[in-house]
Design a protein around this ligand. Structure first.
Ligand code: BDR
Ligand code: CA
Length: 314
């Protein structure tokens, strides 16, 4: 089986870190580059976290690690350290290998270079705010159009938001960037809260699997997910966590995990109460002049969780 060339754009974050482990342990994907963007934490912390995960998994054939935007296109940065810890890894980064000191190329250049090099074979999995992708699009739309597909975790189509009443975090942080990417006309799959809120992983199961595996990597995963799960216990009432970003990687591995609808989705960036809200045209006959994207509307929960655990504890 030939593996798909993939670029991951991330504001790593606890669920982003699980998504990276899933991606790097999956033979269907060949991770060519990981680009970082400000979101859950500052971008410099994101870059260090990516290096930590690569070291933890002892990745020999290292993807390019590139650093991107330190703030959204127009609005000030909003972070989520109450969910992901001050370091972005549940304040457990001391338990992970230290990042090595290296110079990182620019995320926008790396995105454009990968689009140029791999063309329609390339999948971009974007699991943070879409700032880097929007900047790459503004810089060179002709080259960006070569990408095979962008899978973006973001939006809340018919469900409440997780950042205020109507918005999902990634699109809330940079609604202008989300607007640009969703209207670019390149093939896009949106993985919104509608599907990511249908799957949780329970703390008990994480503990059971990590202890059975008992590798350094498994115990580190257990450690850096601890406070993320405590946050869910305090705010949602269950002892576990959502798998937002791992689901986007899951769909890159196996697109048949989700059922999608092809619709026009836009993102509100000017509203006084609706910043980052996704506005979706669910009518059967949408305006043909508007570009459409594939929105995930259902997820095969059992099959996704099986894939997640199979790869996370490898
Ligand atoms: C998204 O927001 C971030 O906090 C998570 O990493 C995920 O990408 C979920 O709304
Ligand atoms: Ca994320």
């Amino acid at each position: 089986m030939k593996s798909k060339p993939v670029l991951i754009d991330t504001d790593i974050g606890v669920d982003d870190a699980m998504a990276l482990v899933l991606a790097l342990n999956s033979p269907e994907l060949s991770i060519k580059a990981i680009t970082t963007v400000a979101g859950n934490v500052d971008v410099t912390k994101c870059t260090r976290n990516v290096e930590r995960i690569l070291n933890l998994l002892n990745i020999q054939d290292r993807p390019i690690v590139a650093e991107g935007a330190s703030r959204p296109l127009r609005l000030p940065l909003v972070k989520a350290s109450e969910v992901h810890g001050k370091d972005g890894l549940g304040d457990a980064s001391a338990f992970l290998p230290q990042p090595r000191k290296s110079k990182h190329p620019s995320a926008v250049e790396t995105i454009l270079r990968c689009c140029d090099q791999y063309g329609s074979r390339l999948t971009i999995v974007a699991i943070g705010p879409l700032t880097n992708l929007a900047l790459a699009w503004k810089k060179n739309p002709r080259v960006m159009k070569k990408v095979g597909r962008i899978i973006t975790m973001g939006g809340a189509i018919r469900v409440p938001g997780n950042t205020g009443p109507v918005a999902e975090f990634n699109y809330f942080v940079d609604p202008d960037a989300a607007h640009i990417v969703l209207n670019s006309g390149v093939p896009v799959t949106v993985i919104p809260l509608d599907v990511t809120h249908q799957v949780v992983v329970m703390r008990k199961e994480m503990e059971y699997r990590a202890k059975r595996r008992a590798s350094l990597a498994a115990l580190a995963v257990l450690k850096f997910t601890e406070s993320y799960m405590r946050y869910h216990l305090d705010t949602q009432g269950f002892n576990g966590g959502y798998l937002h970003d791992p689901m986007a990687v899951g769909v890159a591995i196996d697109p048949s995990l989700v059922k999608t609808r092809n619709v026009h989705v836009d993102v509100e960036s000017k509203g006084a109460f609706t910043r980052g809200m996704t506005v979706t045209d669910l009518q059967e006959h949408h305006n043909p002049s508007q570009s459409t994207v594939d929105v995930a509307v259902a997820i095969d929960r059992e099959r996704f969780l099986r894939l997640f655990h199979d790869r996370l504890w490898k």
